[in-house]
Design a protein around this ligand. Sequence first.
Ligand SMILES: Cc1cc2nc3c(=O)[nH]c(=O)nc-3n(C[C@H](O)[C@H](O)[C@H](O)COP(=O)(O)OP(=O)(O)OC[C@H]3O[C@@H](n4cnc5c(N)ncnc54)[C@H](O)[C@@H]3O)c2cc1C
Ligand code: FES
Length: 281
Amino acid sequence: MPFSILKKQELVPTIHLMEIDAPRVARKAQPGQFVILRIDETGERIPLTIADFSRERGTITTIFMVVGKTTTHLSTLKTGDKIQDFIGPLGNPAHFEPGETVLFVGGGVGIAPVYPQAKAFGKAGCKVISIIGARSAGLLFWEEEMRSVSDELHVTTDDGTKGHHGFVTDVLKEILASGTKIDRVVAIGPPVMMRSVAGATRPFNVKTIVSLNSIMVDGTGMCGACRVLVGNETKFACVDGPEFDAHLVDFTLLMGRLAMYQSEEKQAGERYRCGREGCPC
Ligand SMILES: Cc1cc2nc3c(=O)[nH]c(=O)nc-3n(C[C@H](O)[C@H](O)[C@H](O)COP(=O)(O)OP(=O)(O)OC[C@H]3O[C@@H](n4cnc5c(N)ncnc54)[C@H](O)[C@@H]3O)c2cc1C
Ligand code: FES
């Protein structure tokens, strides 16, 4: 049964919001979980984190960055279009203890998955401090949404066009060094950012959680594609995660496996952009 796109919007260049009519997924969705979608019968399955949901309206919101063939194709769809498959919710919900002070770090498109967690943790009585960052002011989205669910919000840009000039980890280190009591750090963004966050919190011995974006195929623990190493144990990010203790994750293996199919991905992207029947490219 195809799923209708109720809203489609480019938030900032290359980052799009898509709201899908999916009542059965919305009924069970929880912060931290993800969906796997397939645009059409010949399409690739891609995982996207649930950025927001409404049980009343039966909707799931995802936010995706255009990086290759499938996300480029997805970005061309419009409000009213349909996608073939939309499976979820998958993975484990985010865990927290009510009353904790939680510091969220969202980098780039990683701001989207941080939002529903900050919203839920705050509602459950946690103090929420958030740091969001992007390369430049023009690539920053959902600042007001994040402000509305945070007790304290810090903004950083790599080029200094908004907020702190530098990385999210600069502000994180300042907060940790100031002696502010932080019970848990949750970081979602590019693997290199999550690795830096793990490095910054380790000396302070603060529990740190990251959401791993390893390559996924079935999303149900059957194919092994999403294999990651956590505390020297093999885990499947789709069923054991996607959230893990950042201090135990082997980020080098994660990044190596993410780059495993780069030449095939490049070819698929070129073929999609060309689009001419019979073209050998
Ligand atoms: C649990 C999870 C949640 C995610 N949530 C989001 C999100 O909310 N927003 C967002 O923009 N991106 C998210 N991603 C990443 C997203 O799935 C990839 O960007 C997307 O699959 C790229 O597909 P493509 O064809 O456009 O690009 P390709 O050119 O095929 O790939 C570009 C890069 O994306 C990664 N990738 C490719 N295929 C997959 C796959 N099947 N599974 C995972 N990664 C893949 C690889 O690192 C690859 O090098 C998530 C990934 C995971 C595992
Ligand atoms: S995606 Fe297949 S085992 Fe996780």
